[in-house]
Design a protein around this ligand. Structure first.
Ligand SMILES: *[C@@H]1O[C@H](CO)[C@@H](O)[C@H](O)[C@H]1NC(C)=O
Length: 354
């Protein structure tokens, strides 16, 4: 009798679960209109339409349910819908199309592969994926939003390049808090020389998170957070960097790393007690994070005061600038190079500017 009851309860629970989890799936039989949502399996993320800041434009995005006003991903960044007429649908072949009132496609996922009977699913990681109908459990997706980030890095994302397809995954800031169109700043895995994560303004490097030293990204302000596991992949087919949350912290921790319109990378952690985001670190909290901060022939060390110092045998090129805290003029040799007697001096634990 008891087993019958438990069987009944189990099947009830299973059917509850399956109807609940269906909320995370978009099939060809369904549409998402403005006001409709997809909800991830445990209810952490939603996908739907929103208006950022003071804008009245409508965008398709994904946000934490805890914090619906801060989307982690936006689809139609450059093609806002002016009214509430937007509709998201998926084709038989697995392409997501966002359509406006006149039936025009304003945004589309240009999937690299298509399949019959594909469906889209909003995962608990905040990743919107397209899967073939027989690929419910695999991690090979026809398309995933994590390959096309907006301004937000999420745990599990990979920043870098697929060397086979040439696809580069990088972040771009919003233009402003009211406009998610790509702004001036972007964050890339720079693969010239030893791969390092850099923030660029246009094509100019303005700051960096250092290179992978086998254990961590040197100079990454979040590297000492015990809840994060950093990952680096460098093979013939791909070069990527990213991090995951440790399994133990996965359920309790909500975090996002946002490239602000001002070019500052900010890491936020959700604090339940205050029901709000707290800033946990920023890319510009350390002067040495600024690219080439101390000028030529100098070393930046955030443990020193001032942070800039000349290499041994060098002195400030312009002592006046240097004394005023204007480091950009850098240092020059005290005596001319003498190739007969001079040798090399070893510096370790430093990164070079080009
Ligand atoms: C629908 O989208 C098309 C293409 O982007 C655009 O030309 C048209 O003005 C849009 N219609 C409305 C009503 O916004």
């Amino acid at each position: 009798m008891r087993s019958l009851v438990s069987l009944f309860v189990t099947s009830l629970f299973a059917s509850f679960l399956s109807s609940f989890s269906a909320l995370d799936i978009l099939t060809t039989h369904k549409l998402i209109k403005d006001g409709d949502k997809l909800v991830s399996a445990r209810g952490t993320f939603e996908l739907g339409f929103f208006s950022p800041g003071n804008s009245r434009n409508r965008y398709l995005g994904i946000w934490y349910v805890a914090s619906p006003r801060t989307p982690i991903w936006v689809a139609n960044r450059e093609a806002p819908i002016r009214d509430g007429s937007g509709i998201l649908r998926i084709t038989e072949g697995g392409i997501l199309n966002l359509i406006n009132i006149t039936g025009n496609i304003v945004w589309s996922s240009n999937a690299y592969a298509t399949a019959e009977d594909a469906f889209a699913q909003l995962l608990e990681s905040g990743n919107l994926v397209v899967r073939a109908s027989n690929g419910r459990t695999t991690e090979s997706y026809l398309w995933q939003s994590f390959d096309y980030p907006s301004d937000t890095y999420m745990p599990g994302m990979k920043i870098g390049k697929n060397l086979v397809t040439g696809l580069e995954t990088f972040l771009t800031s919003w233009k402003s808090k009211d406009d998610p169109a790509p702004g001036k700043y972007s964050i890339h895995l720079d693969t010239h020389g030893w791969p390092q994560v850099v923030i660029r303004k246009g094509t100019t490097i303005v700051s960096r998170f250092g290179s992978w030293n086998g254990l961590e990204l040197t100079g990454n302000p979040a590297r000492s957070e015990a809840s994060l596991v950093f990952q680096f992949t460098y093979s013939e087919s791909e070069v990527y960097v990213g991090y995951q949350l440790r399994k133990s912290s996965e359920l309790s921790m909500l975090s996002r790393d946002v490239l602000h319109p001002s070019g500052n990378m900010q890491r936020f952690v959700w604090i339940n007690r205050i029901q709000n985001w707290a800033l946990s670190s920023t890319s510009l909290s350390n002067q040495c994070q600024h690219y080439a901060w101390c000028g030529a022939n100098a070393v930046c060390n955030s443990n020193n005061f001032p942070v800039c110092g000349c290499l041994t045998g060098f002195s400030p090129k312009s002592p006046k600038d240097w004394n005023n805290g204007n480091w950009f003029t850098g240092c020059e040799r005290r005596t001319n190079l003498n190739c007969h007697d001079d040798g090399f001096l070893r510096y370790t634990g430093v990164k070079c500017n080009e």
